[in-house]
Ligand binder design. Sequence first.
Ligand SMILES: *Cc1c(COP(=O)(O)O)cnc(C)c1O
Length: 299
Amino acid sequence: MHVSDFYTALAPTPTQYLTTLNGKRLWIKRDDLNDTQIQGNKLRKLKGILLQAEGEKRGLMSFGGAYSNHIFALAAAGNRFHIPTCGIIRGQELISPERQNAMLKAAQLNGMILHFVSRAQYRQKAEGDIVKQQLATADWRVIPEGGSHPLALSGVANIVDEIVADNQIGNAPIPDRLFCACGTGGTLAGILRGVAHHRLSTRCIGVPVLKGADFLYQDIRDLNPAADATDWDLHLHAHSGGYGKTTPELHEFIAFFEHTFNVPIEPIYTGKLCQAVFEQAKNSDSQVEDWLIYHSGGV
Ligand SMILES: *Cc1c(COP(=O)(O)O)cnc(C)c1O
């Protein structure tokens, strides 16, 4: 299958009404439903990268931890579109197969070449010896962690195209606020591009899932130099202790949310995101507004 044919045929994801809290009508855009393998924001982010790789006939190399949704999605995309892939994985101990999780096994089944490196080596990323060796043997294009490359922005901006189209047919409003989870910030950078393109006055708020994520202000502006054409901010205190960390309150919230709305979310990204949005709505004044949560998948 060709990358361009696949993306052309892709159906827009639905926006669903959740509830009203303090005058805030909460909606969710269900990108968790777009693809079972290359899911959520990763499908959006990979579009430009895959289109380029297919044209160039080069493989794609990238980086991630053992639970990286990006590595999982990239491997699945490589298999589907016949593009060679290589993953540099943080954690040398994972070299023994019995310590590998289902996501890494799936990546290998999808044909991805995996290299396990120590945390120190991982920090060197593209300068590391294993990467240099690989680059000497084959012509890989190196994609940053999380797929956050300037080429990722246009695919992510398609989310906003769909929001506008949905509004034109009366399915959902143009939101006053749009919320998304942030890891590396590529998704928010792309959403900001889409919001600016459509000249919306939507305020965009990123919810970083890691602690001390102030650096994302700069990373997002580096990825999208026109970011400040849109009203945006980061909500830095909804990380529940840091990346991969959780609290009993977070687990309770996720159970409440899934039970009430029948929408699956997870503790790493979308659980923290939805919890932060519900908190903000509860603590807001009673002005009537439409707030849209971007469900980035990962379930
Ligand atoms: C990777 C991921 C994110 C983070 O996206 P960034 O573009 O790195 O900010 C958010 N949600 C889910 C479900 C993800 O898998």
